[in-house]
Design a protein around this ligand. Structure first.
Ligand SMILES: Nc1ncnc2c1ncn2[C@@H]1O[C@H](COP(=O)(O)OP(=O)(O)OP(=O)(O)O)[C@@H](O)[C@H]1O
Length: 287
């Protein structure tokens, strides 16, 4: 394990997200269970991007869901901007949390109504988070948000089916921005996009981060995007963090055999998919 954790204590700034000793086990039947989070601790430094990487089923999404409050941990603590995140059904507490942290998913379709223009999803967020705006104010703010993510009024008034995958993901990012959060959790948010569209969305995310002082928790199984966007990385396997460090620590000087295998299995120019990552991992680090 690398000995240089991306720990905010090192630079004295209060962490945007501080996760300590999270545990989450899913009971599938009376006898079968899966440990999705096993003593997981990590820190997102303000204004930075922490990538959470690992193969499918390693616990990345469960970690993201616990952080935003969509999932409850069995044990451990989550603090966002210093405020403890507790399981709650209180509308007020959920609203307060939504102002701190928003989530963008792989499939933007989930937050779009097929029969309404895509601007409706932004209007809905503004209704919840900007009570100071009237109808005209919400429309103006919606168009501002569309412009921020590189879309126009024509896109705002289109139904979801008229937009490409990349454009829909831009709408999802605009929707997250509408709450004016401090942190955005992106769960495989660029994974379904073509490489060139992916690069454009990553460039957009980097610009927005700088302009709004945002911090990102970036969940991905795709190591090729990590170098582009992340500052720090944690590597998960079977619910545990097995290695952590700066992007160059992890991508250039990985210590753990599993991290090395993940890197060796990652697609790169000239890579030929002779064997799946799962098979390679099942065969063990010496494969
Ligand atoms: N609601 C649930 N009920 C039962 N098991 C679950 C549930 N959510 C997650 N799991 C299990 O917990 C483990 C971790 O899943 P999780 O989705 O967090 O991993 P992941 O790394 O995000 O994988 P993927 O990239 O495939 O989404 C897996 O074994 C998964 O099957």
């Amino acid at each position: 394990m690398t000995t240089t954790p991306p720990d905010a204590a090192h630079d004295g700034a209060e962490p945007m997200i501080e996760v300590e000793h999270l545990e989450r086990t899913f009971h599938l039947s009376r006898t079968a269970r899966v440990t999705a989070l096993d003593d997981v601790s990590c820190t997102l430094r303000p204004g930075t991007c922490l990538a959470v990487v690992g193969e499918s089923g390693s616990g990345k999404s469960t970690l993201a869901r616990v952080i935003v409050g969509l999932e409850t941990a069995d044990a451990g603590t989550v603090r966002i901007a210093g405020a403890p995140v507790r399981p709650t059904t209180s509308r007020r507490a959920l609203h307060e949390r939504a102002k701190l942290v928003q989530m963008v998913f792989q499939d933007p379709q989930g937050s779009l109504n097929r029969s309404l223009p895509v601007s409706a999803t932004i209007n809905e967020m503004l209704l919840a988070h900007r009570p100071d705006l009237d109808r005209a104010g919400r429309r103006a703010r919606t168009l501002e948000l569309f412009a921020e993510v590189g879309l126009t009024e024509r896109h705002a008034d289109a139904k979801p089916e008229a937009l490409s995958g990349g454009q829909k993901q831009r709408v999802a990012i605009a929707r997250a921005l509408a709450a004016e959060p401090r942190v955005i959790v992106l769960d495989e948010a660029v994974s379904a996009l073509d490489v060139s569209v992916q690069a454009q969305v990553l460039a957009l995310l980097k610009r927005l981060r700088a302009e709004h002082g945002l911090s990102y928790l970036f969940i991905t199984h795709d190591l090729s995007v990590v170098r582009d966007i992340a500052d720090d990385v944690v590597v998960m396997r079977s619910g545990r963090i097995i290695e952590r460090g700066s992007v160059s620590d992890i991508l250039d000087r990985p210590q753990d055999p599993y991290t090395r295998l993940l890197l060796a299995s990652a697609p790169r120019p000239g890579w030929k998919p002779r064997r799946g990552l799962r098979d390679a991992l099942a065969a063990g680090p010496s494969a």
